[in-house]
Design a protein. Structure first.
Length: 230
């Protein structure tokens, strides 16, 4: 069982719309670099573009930079944005107005009752799992309600893809001196709750719900893609 996220937790405070102006520079300009998290923004955009479909649900949207840079595939049908916070929803909907997005404000760990089952061709969830609360230090097990909801809303054969930052078991992080410092600070501030998350647990949790599961790490980032069951 996962713990739902309360509205006043630190991730809600830092994602107020007026604070998002620094997000792209700090996260995508500075942190996604070889000296910090590892892969650069361009590499993550390329991964994102590979798996994005014409009928896409994005969970935890931030400023919408990845969708903006990747672009929707030709003949796009639907873009739906889901986030616990109003600021990222407004910012991203405005930035991506050319794709006429629809939005749902919902916690990633609560049931997505507004969304119909079995309809999306892809669901992306980039840099969200490491933000989800884990008060008892159970790691990925505390966050599996998200995976259950994704499995419910994807159509058979649909693609689930995403990425999350890991603290534990990451080789070479000491050669990226800023990564352990940022990871420790963000966990202390409760912006991240990823101390107990591992790539192995992520793979197990995905394999329990999806087919054709691929999980790997690049720097501090664990990336995955998987296919919804029929
Ligand atoms: C680190 S940002 C990632 C944004 C974007 N996907 C990216 O990669 O740049 C995390 C996003 O997840 C949202 N978020 C955090 N906790 C959430 C939760 N419990 N449920 C839904 N969204 C959440 C935040 O509002 C924010 O938009």
């Amino acid at each position: 069982m996962s713990s739902p996220t309360s509205a006043d937790r630190p991730t809600s405070r830092i994602y107020k719309r007026e604070r998002l102006s620094a997000y792209d520079r700090w996260v995508w300009g500075f942190s996604f670099q070889p000296w910090a998290w590892g892969p650069r923004a361009d590499r993550v955009v390329e991964f994102y573009r590979t798996h994005l479909s014409r009928d896409h649900l994005d969970v935890g949207v931030g400023t919408g930079l990845l969708l903006d840079r990747a672009g929707m595939p030709e003949g796009h049908e639907r873009l739906h944005l889901l986030d616990a916070n109003q600021g990222p929803l407004e910012e991203t909907a405005q930035r991506l107005a050319r794709f006429s997005p629809t939005i749902t404000r919902a916690d990633a760990l609560a049931p997505w009752t507004e969304l119909e089952p079995g309809t999306f061709a892809s669901v992306g969830c980039m840099n969200v799992v490491h933000c989800l609360p884990d008060p008892e230090g159970r790691g990925i097990e505390a966050k599996t309600a998200l995976l259950d909801s994704v499995a419910r809303v994807l159509r058979p054969g649909g693609r689930f893809f995403g990425a999350t930052l890991l603290d534990r078991g990451i080789a070479g992080k000491w050669r990226r001196p800023i990564a352990p410092l940022m990871m420790a600070a963000y966990n202390r501030l409760a912006w991240f709750s990823n101390r107990a998350d591992t790539a192995e647990d992520l793979e197990r949790a995905l394999a329990a719900r999806f087919d054709d599961v691929h999980v790997w790490t690049e720097g501090s980032l664990a990336l995955w893609y998987a296919t919804a069951r029929s």
